[in-house]
Design a protein around this ligand. Structure first.
Ligand SMILES: [Zn+2]
Length: 95
């Protein structure tokens, strides 16, 4: 595997783990229907704290780069919408 590819995979894994942590910390909500992440406007520092805790224990598939994990959590929260796609569908269909 090329170095670029393994870096890319590591990045993908870190982003997935960061999203899970944000959900666990109550900052994001993962829709149980479509799986999209919704911003709950929680305190992002709760997610950072949880991530630090997991990194210290060597858990959560986060590796040891705290800075990269913090950035990944911030990106996950920034990328989350205010509603998920099925939310929007229900609204449009008037259900
Ligand atoms: Zn949804």
């Amino acid at each position: 595997m090329s170095l670029v590819k393994s870096y890319w995979l590591e990045q993908q894994e870190r982003e997935a783990a960061a999203a899970r942590i944000a959900v666990q910390a109550g900052v994001l909500l993962e829709c149980s229907y479509c799986g999209e992440l919704i911003d709950l406007f929680g305190d992002i520092t709760d997610a950072y704290r949880l991530a630090n805790h997991l990194i210290s224990k060597g858990e959560g598939g986060l590796g040891s780069n705290r800075r990269a994990v913090t950035d990944a959590i911030k990106a996950a929260v920034d990328n989350a919408g205010f509603e998920c796609r099925c939310d929007a569908t229900w609204r449009r269909d008037g259900v």
